[in-house]
Ligand binder design. Structure first.
Ligand SMILES: Cc1ncc(COP(=O)(O)O)c(C=O)c1O
Length: 476
């Protein structure tokens, strides 16, 4: 995903106390995300966040930053919600932990709450600690389900190019992101099949219009199922809206077609709502935009607004019930020490209560529309902006070298680096690695804060365009 670990450039040296600063300790000992510590040291060390409130975080030097991506698009209710801290604290004092072979009040209550919020009859939840684990669980459930209903040959998983589903043993091989090779970790496991990603901006590879391309991409899934043999395919996994291609919102026919193709061939549909769930796109779950009920849904991030580690795999009644009979060969053999942990469960219940009380899902829909309109205005001002798009408060921006041909920038243009430096100057936490990037602020964001963010984007993109000799309006 978009890296959040790049340092704020050339920061002041460590604070002068007896102890080494957090920045120095990180350089010496911490293994941070997608970053080398020698380079980081050269640039003054990583940003050390010490405080947070709403959409903003404060660094160790006392500066407040506007966090355009709510962490890794996960702090949905915003920073500094002491109610969530209190709920976790109270639970920890009462009962800090108990294993998931039994249960606790918060875990059971959260499972019930999810059954009411999730689409259709998604009614049974297996808890874990994050999105990758939720998808690992989803694949295990899909494969084990087919064994229980007499189709043991179904083990292959179809995922899509330019999707991301996690960083662990199996989930890391699902999807695949441009510029992020996996050669270090080869060989991949058997049974991986990749389908095309519908991207309405870059539709030309698959059709004459974005809609035709979406239909072709769905048909490609059917072709792959038939080619590999339906009796070998366990599941198709996808995010309702893939973020790595810069928030690719599929055209209307795609998702209903995918649902009916999966049904036709007995393939389970796993929808990864790790980013899109819990109000991010203006509905509780993005699948609802297309009226699609997945067989298995994975969630994390917004379920607890990242206040504690929590993820979940939620299955439809019919799928889950295949595991409910008596006997060792029936139940799902899958134990995680922290699966069903009562403390994140208590925090998640409070998080969801806040979302309901403050109508944050509606806010995401309403202010997401406003944000997109403002980004459209920027597109008219800067010829370098090829496209802006998104749903709710999950929005993508694509900068291009040539708006007519949609030619992307080459690596040599160092677009990500240039943008990051400009955002840093404006104290905006937004660290693109290329010209295709996304914004996903906390759902409690206000109109004024969106205006502030749009002004920052305007200034930063304008500066980068100027550096590249591309400043100015598009001709049309
Ligand atoms: C769609 C999607 N699925 C899965 C994951 C992995 O989640 P985690 O980092 O919590 O393991 C991510 C992380 O960004 C994601 O965006």
């Amino acid at each position: 995903m978009q890296s959040n670990s790049r340092s704020a450039s050339r920061r002041a040296p460590a604070r002068a106390s007896g102890l080494p600063s957090a920045r120095q300790s990180a350089i010496d000992h911490l293994w941070m995300h997608n970053r080398g510590w020698a380079e980081m040291a050269e640039q003054g060390g990583p940003m050390v966040a010490v405080d947070g409130h709403g959409v903003r975080v404060k660094d160790g030097d006392g500066h407040w930053w506007l966090d355009a991506n709510a962490g890794y698009v996960c702090v949905n209710v915003g920073y500094g919600r002491t109610e969530i801290a209190d709920a976790a604290y109270e639970q920890m004092k009462r009962l800090a932990y108990f294993p998931g072979g039994s249960t606790t009040e918060p875990a059971a209550a959260l499972a019930r709450k999810l059954a009411t919020l999730a689409p259709g009859d998604l009614s049974r939840t297996f808890f874990c600690s994050g999105g990758s684990e939720a998808n690992e669980g989803a694949v295990k459930i899909a494969r084990a389900f087919h064994k229980r209903v007499g189709e043991p040959g179904r083990y292959k998983i179809i995922s899509r190019e330019s999707s991301f589903h996690g960083a662990l043993g199996f989930s890391m091989w699902l999807g695949g992101m441009a510029g992020r090779p996996r050669t270090d970790y080869e060989p991949p496991p058997p049974g991986l099949i990749y389908a095309p990603q519908p991207n309405p901006y870059r539709f030309e590879r698959y059709g004459r219009t974005p809609e035709e391309a979406a239909i072709r991409c769905a048909e490609a899934v059917e072709d792959l199922i038939r080619f590999h043999g339906p009796e070998t395919i366990a599941a198709f996994i996808a995010e309702p809206i893939a973020v790595p291609p810069g928030v690719a919102v599929p055209e209307a026919p795609y998702w209903p077609m995918i649902r009916s193709i999966c049904d036709r061939y007995g393939v389970l549909l796993i929808v990864d709502e790790v980013i899109t769930g819990f109000g991010r796109t203006g509905k509780w779950f993005a699948s609802e935009h297309w009226g699609v009920v997945p067989d298995i849904m994975s969630v994390a991030k917004g379920i607890v607004s990242a206040y504690l580690p929590l993820g979940a795999t939620i299955a439809r009644t019919e799928i889950a019930d295949a595991f409910s009979g008596v006997g060792k060969n029936k139940y799902l053999q899958h134990i995680l020490t922290y699966g069903g942990h009562p403390v994140p469960a208590a925090a998640a219940l409070k998080n969801i209560e806040i979302m309901e009380n403050e109508r944050l899902v509606d806010n995401s829909a309403k202010l997401g529309r406003y944000f997109l309109e403002r980004l459209q205005e920027l597109k008219d001002v800067h010829a370098i902006i090829g496209d802006v798009r998104g749903l709710g408060l999950l929005l993508g921006i694509e900068l291009v070298q040539d708006a007519t041909t949609k030619a992307p920038f080459s690596q040599d243009a160092r677009i990500g680096e240039r943008l990051t430096a400009e955002f840093e100057k404006r104290r905006i936490v937004l660290r693109p690695t290329s010209g295709t990037f996304w914004v996903g602020p906390a759902l409690c964001i206000t109109k004024d804060e969106i205006d502030e963010l749009v002004n920052g984007l305007d200034g930063a993109i304008g500066q980068v365009a100027e550096q590249l000799g591309m400043a100015g309006r598009r001709r049309s």
